[in-house]
Design a protein around this ligand. Structure first.
Ligand SMILES: C[S@@+](CC[C@H](N)C(=O)[O-])C[C@H]1O[C@@H](n2cnc3c(N)ncnc32)[C@H](O)[C@@H]1O
Length: 150
């Protein structure tokens, strides 16, 4: 069940702005190869009210919005994997903001906000870290050897 969930990639990423740094593009390509089917939808960088509209327009009605923010919930990689498992076949859309971050309305409209660190990351790096953690979650749930942490 959980392997099916991950193979089918019951999640995608909606990201504001483009990735311009070559080394981040390379890292993303590597992890996306390991997570075939992971979709990343890019939304154009705009002023915050218009950006929120564009994010909501990109969201499918069957998707649960999960904004990424440093103020969100910090999880260990194992807890993150278990949380993904808990959502089962429900589709999740992780949202990464642009230079101005995500609007408070958007962040407060959801039950789960995810933090990757208490520090503020550039959006391109946040995208790479999230994709790596999604891959790590897959290996944790499948019992692979990639994850050696606690
Ligand atoms: C450059 S940051 C935005 C900074 C903006 N000044 C703010 O206060 O939100 C761009 C996006 O990267 C993501 N991000 C940055 N740091 C993060 C962190 N520690 N955990 C989760 N997401 C983060 C968030 O989605 C954020 O909207």
């Amino acid at each position: 069940m959980l392997q099916l969930f991950l193979r089918n990639c019951a999640f995608r990423i909606i990201a504001v702005g483009k990735v311009r740094k070559g080394w981040i593009q390379d890292g993303l390509a590597m992890y996306q190869k390991r997570l075939p089917g992971l979709m990343i939808t890019e939304v154009r960088d705009a002023s915050l009210p218009r950006e929120a509209e564009a994010i909501l327009a990109a969201l499918n009605s069957n998707e649960v919005l999960v904004p990424l923010s440093e103020e969100g919930e910090a999880l260990t990689s194992v807890s993150f994997a278990k949380r993904l498992e808990k959502y089962g076949s429900q589709r999740l859309a992780f949202v990464i903001g642009g230079a101005d971050g995500l609007s408070a309305e958007l962040k407060n409209s959801t039950q789960w906000q995810l933090s990757l660190s208490a520090m503020t990351l550039p959006h391109e790096l946040a995208r790479l870290l999230l994709v790596e953690q999604l891959y790590r979650a897959q290996t944790i749930l499948q019992g692979g050897k990639y994850h050696r942490g606690s």
